[in-house]
Ligand binder design. Structure first.
Ligand SMILES: *C/C=C(C)/C=C/C=C(C)/C=C/C1=C(C)CCCC1(C)C
Length: 239
C-alpha cells in the first residue's frame, strides 16, 4: 500500500524555501503578538494594532499556501502573492489613515493601480504592449508607487502628520522610511521575475529567477512585521 505524501521535505540549500518557512512562522508569531499587545495600549491605538495583526495574519495564511506551492512545484506563487498584497497593502494604507486621519482614498487608489499593473506584468497577462509589456506595466506600477511616496511625504497624509506633530509626525516619518526603503525593494523582485527576454535579462544571469521570491519574502517580513512594530512602539510610548 502506498502511503499518502503528507509533506515534501525542504531541500538542502533551498534558500528561497527557507525564507518561505521562516516567513510563515514569523507572520504567525507577529499576529499573536499584535493581538495580545492590543490589551496593553490605550483605547485610541487598539484599532491600529488590530489592523497590524490582520496584516500579518492574512500574510501568515498566504505564506502557508505559498510555501507548499513552492515545495511542490518550485515555481513562483504569483497569484497567492498578489492576492495577499491586494488585501494587505490597502490595510497598510488604513494604518496611515488611523494615524493621520487623511489620504485613505488616494493611498488605496494608487496601491490598487500599483498592484494591478504589477500583476499584469508579472503574470504575463494583458500583454497589450507586446514584448515591452512587462516593462511598461512595471513603469506604470512604479509611477503609482512614487505617488504613494509623495502622498506620505508631503501630500494630504504628510501635511496632516506635520499638523498633528509629536508622536504622530514621528511615526509617519518612520513609516515613510518603510515605504521608501522597504517597499523600494519590491521592484527589484519584479525585475528579476520578468527579466526573461528583456533588456534587463542580465539580472537573471546575475541572480537566478528564484531571486524574485527571495526579495519578496525578505521585503514582506521587513514591511509587514516592521510596520506593525513601529505602530506598536509608538502606541506603547504613549502610556
Ligand atoms: C505586504 C506587502 C507589501 C508591502 C507589498 C508591497 C509591494 C510593492 C511596493 C510593489 C511594488 C511594485 C512596483 C513599485 C512596480 C510594479 C511591480 C510591483 C507591484 C512589484
Amino acid at each position: 500500500m502506498n502511503l499518502p505524501i503528507l509533506a515534501i521535505n525542504l531541500g538542502t540549500g533551498d534558500f528561497v524555501g527557507f525564507t518561505f518557512f521562516i516567513g510563515s512562522m514569523a507572520m504567525l508569531a507577529a499576529t499573536v503578538f499584535f493581538f495580545i499587545e492590543r490589551d496593553s495600549v490605550e483605547q485610541k491605538w487598539k484599532l491600529s494594532l488590530t489592523v497590524s495583526g490582520l496584516i500579518t495574519g492574512i500574510a501568515a495564511v498566504h505564506y502557508y499556501y505559498m510555501r507548499s506551492a513552492w515545495l511542490e512545484t518550485g515555481l513562483s506563487p504569483t497569484e497567492f502573492r498578489y492576492i495577499d498584497w491586494i488585501l494587505t497593502v490597502p490595510l497598510m494604507c488604513v494604518e496611515f489613515y488611523l494615524l493621520t486621519g487623511a489620504g485613505l482614498k488616494k493611498l488605496v487608489w494608487w496601491s490598487v493601480v500599483m498592484l494591478l499593473t504589477g500583476y499584469f506584468g508579472e503574470a504575463g497577462i494583458l500583454s497589450i504592449f507586446g514584448n515591452h509589456s512587462a516593462g511598461i506595466w512595471g513603469a506604470i506600477g512604479g509611477a503609482a508607487y512614487v505617488m504613494i511616496v509623495l502622498e506620505v511625504l508631503n501630500g494630504e497624509v504628510g501635511q496632516a502628520a506635520k499638523k498633528a506633530g509629536g508622536k504622530i509626525e514621528n511615526a509617519n516619518k518612520l513609516l515613510l522610511y518603510f515605504i521608501v526603503i522597504g517597499w523600494g525593494i519590491y521592484p527589484l523582485g519584479y525585475l528579476i521575475g520578468t527579466a526573461d527576454g528583456q533588456w534587463y535579462q542580465f539580472l537573471n544571469n546575475l541572480i537566478s529567477d528564484s531571486g524574485r521570491d527571495l526579495v519578496y519574502n525578505i521585503g514582506d517580513a521587513i514591511n509587514k512585521i516592521g510596520f506593525g512594530l513601529v505602530i506598536w512602539s509608538v502606541a506603547r510610548s504613549e502610556k
